[in-house]
Write a protein that binds this ligand. Structure first.
Ligand SMILES: [Zn+2]
Length: 437
């Protein structure tokens, strides 16, 4: 494979480590000054006994209090804003399953900075003027749509803001205008691949797709391989969260060994989620991020709830921005069955390596007579339903055995025909926990 190592912003992407750390310190000091302009941080620092936090080494950030999602909810709507209203130009929100949404406000400079970061990411994986970029993420308060849009325009891609859903129409666009690049959630992409197959299209013959940017949900390496094969594309992993702008916080380079986290814009730490202590480099824990360039709403030591680790060493692409491993899951997504911690991504990894499995699955948890029951519904490719019952039973048993080896708990496995489980056209809902009803 020919690997491109060109940079959109070489002065930042190829920055020397020493210069980067000095830049981080200066930006952190400025960010703290900016943050104290918000009622929330003035109060937060006062409570921590710091009238104004002063930092002379990066490690001293560990003395500062964390910011939690709940803080954003409690300060709804404007409690963390640090500029006058007339300087704000955009609002995004992340939906909460309970309570108020969390709101993030941006100034014009913030939006422009975000677009430049996304431009870096897209350029890094080889997107260039002449590419046709169909952005199949939901536009609106969710950051997936608009988040990549401006960065893509910035490097001169032709942007098709198609949003999610209406899959047949999307594929028609692929064919009519020759879309080369898409941005999509992994669960929606699995559905897309299924519809492409149903329409009897051969990607290498009928489509010009070459790249897909995937994010907004954790997904396994097995899913990536499956999608790359099904659509004849190269898939790149994108990480972000609305509290830190949205997509473009970290991104894979062409070497695909972890995601470079843009350290000139975010200061990352990995902590033990139980104790809050910073973990030694390379250990798995919760990612905590501090914005270094944000004007309208800086966030200090924001707990993302996402679990990952730093990858040691310098990447072969030459960028020294540290890499994080693909997100294992959001600690909020983890569920406990019979006392065992399970991530939906563990189940996904097993399923997507089984050739008979089609695009979709659903995890259902019940409690009967005080006992947890875990059921995994799995869509199996149509051709296996034409065979005899015995071979279906064998597939079912194989899936059960493989799942049990990974998650320890013995699940019930239900095989269903393709299309039985409602397809995802945005963020997938993978777990139904009836114990909470
Ligand atoms: Zn790299």
């Amino acid at each position: 494979m020919k690997v491109t190592t060109d940079c959109w912003a070489p002065e930042w992407e190829r920055i020397e480590e020493k210069v980067l750390r000095q830049h981080q310190l200066t930006r952190l000091q400025e960010t703290l000054k900016q943050a104290t302009k918000s009622p929330f941080y003035r109060e937060k620092f006062r409570q921590a006994g710091l009238s104004f936090p002063k930092i002379s080494h990066l490690e001293e950030i560990q003395q500062l209090p964390f910011t939690e999602k709940e803080d954003l909810r409690q300060s709804y709507p404007f409690g963390l804003v640090t500029v006058p209203l007339e300087k704000l130009v955009r609002l995004h929100a992340s939906s909460g399953t309970t309570g108020k949404s969390t709101l993030i406000f941006h100034t014009k400079k913030d939006i422009d900075t975000w677009a430049s970061l996304v431009a870096r990411c897209l350029y890094m994986v080889g997107a260039r003027p002449g590419d046709i970029f169909q952005n199949m993420m939901t536009y609106g308060l969710f950051t997936g749509g608009l988040g990549l849009h401006y960065g893509a325009e910035k490097i001169g891609l032709l942007v098709v803001p198609s949003g999610s859903g209406n899959t047949q129409k999307q594929i028609e666009f692929f064919r009519d205008i020759g879309t080369t690049l898409i941005h999509i959630t992994p669960s929606y992409c699995l559905h897309l691949a299924q519809v492409v197959a149903e329409m009897e299209l051969l990607p290498e013959r009928d489509l010009k797709l070459r790249l897909a940017i995937m994010g907004a949900e954790p997904y396994s390496e097995a899913t990536r391989k499956k999608l790359e094969k099904a659509l004849n594309i190269k898939v790149y992993n994108c990480y972000g969260l609305s509290e830190m702008n949205g997509p473009g916080v970290a991104f894979e380079c062409p070497f695909q060994h972890g995601l470079h986290l843009w350290e000139d814009h975010f200061f990352p730490e990995i902590i033990d989620p139980e104790t809050g202590r910073v973990l030694p480099e390379g250990e798995e824990g919760e990612l905590v991020l501090t914005t270094l360039q944000r004007e309208g709403m800086p966030l200090i030591r924001y707990r993302t709830r996402d679990l990952t680790r730093f990858i040691r060493g310098i990447c072969r692409c030459g960028r020294i921005h540290r890499r994080i491993e693909r997100i294992k899951g959001r600690s909020d997504d983890m569920f406990i069955v019979k006392g065992v911690n399970i991530f939906p991504s563990q189940i996904e990894t097993v399923l997507m390596e089984i050739p008979e499995v089609d695009a979709n699955f659903l995890i259902i948890i019940d409690r009967k007579e005080g006992l947890d029951l875990l059921t995994v519904q799995v869509e199996i490719k149509q051709e296996y339903f034409r065979g005899d019952l015995q071979s279906l039973r064998e597939i079912q048993e194989k899936i059960r055995e493989k799942l049990k080896n990974t998650i320890i708990v013995n699940p019930m496995v239900e095989l269903v025909e393709p299309g039985t489980i409602p397809p995802s056209t945005g963020k997938a809902k993978r777990v139904i926990d009836n114990r909470r009803l």
